[in-house]
Design a protein around this ligand. Sequence first.
Ligand code: NAP
Length: 259
Amino acid sequence: MFTSIAGKSVIVTGASKGIGKGIAEVFARVGAKVLIVSRSEEAAQKTVEGIVKTGGIASAVAGDVTRESDMELVANTAVERHGGLDILCANAGIYPQTKLESMSVTEWNEVIGTNLTGNFLSVKACLSHMKGSDNGRIILTSSITGPVTGFPGWTHYGASKSGQLGFMRTACMEFAKYGITVNAVLPGNTLTEGLKELGQEYLDAMAASVPLKRLGTVEDIGNAALFLATKEAAYITGQTIIVDGGQIIPESLEALQEA
Ligand code: NAP
């Protein structure tokens, strides 16, 4: 299954580590040609080395999603190196925590600028190149935080992640005439390098709040993105897939413990 991805040209933003790296590895495993994007080319190159070592096709380019010219360069690079552009995984995002009472406009703008405006600039730069594809796919990495849940310190983050879905619902209509679909994956707590640094005790406590009793892996998120990118998902657009082990389901702590 999912053989339609072999040979496709894919851009993954924020792929030097974490979920983006996981998405890139999943796509490379099924034969895609993946362009790894992060602000640091050196860090992006590390992801490339891992993919190439296992027989995959990938290359790195530095790009800041908050800069229009960077994202145009990224899209052009995919076309030059990989002969076109089929799939964009707009994944780059940041999640600094600040309670609203002490949040500055600068902090607010940084999160909205990266997570929401960065999404817009990534999609805009890729659109003209994707029109030539027979498998145009845009997959946004949103979150359960904002669209479904709340978490203290993340008003800006939640707004940006909900904003991505509002953006998606109109973009998918505008791009339908080009055969390009736009969908989103909404990860729950996902085990990334950053999360591991918080220690085993913290990880265990977080896993206990998930009905499936484990945190998500970056591969879990990559698999959902991969499905949305396939030929088999051609009739799905403007939709979301929550990948959270059931985290948002229990209506109370008691409900979770009762099970
Ligand atoms: P992460 O481990 O901190 O990685 C973030 C990636 O984005 C890095 O490659 C970083 O590389 C890149 N990046 C940051 N700012 C950028 C910018 N302005 N331009 C280009 N690249 C940039 O984060 P993550 O946990 O994997 O999260 C990835 C996405 O998943 C985010 O959109 C986040 O909101 C979402 N998400 C994560 C979780 C979770 O539990 N981890 C849950 C729900 C949703 P550089 O620093 O080199 O640029």
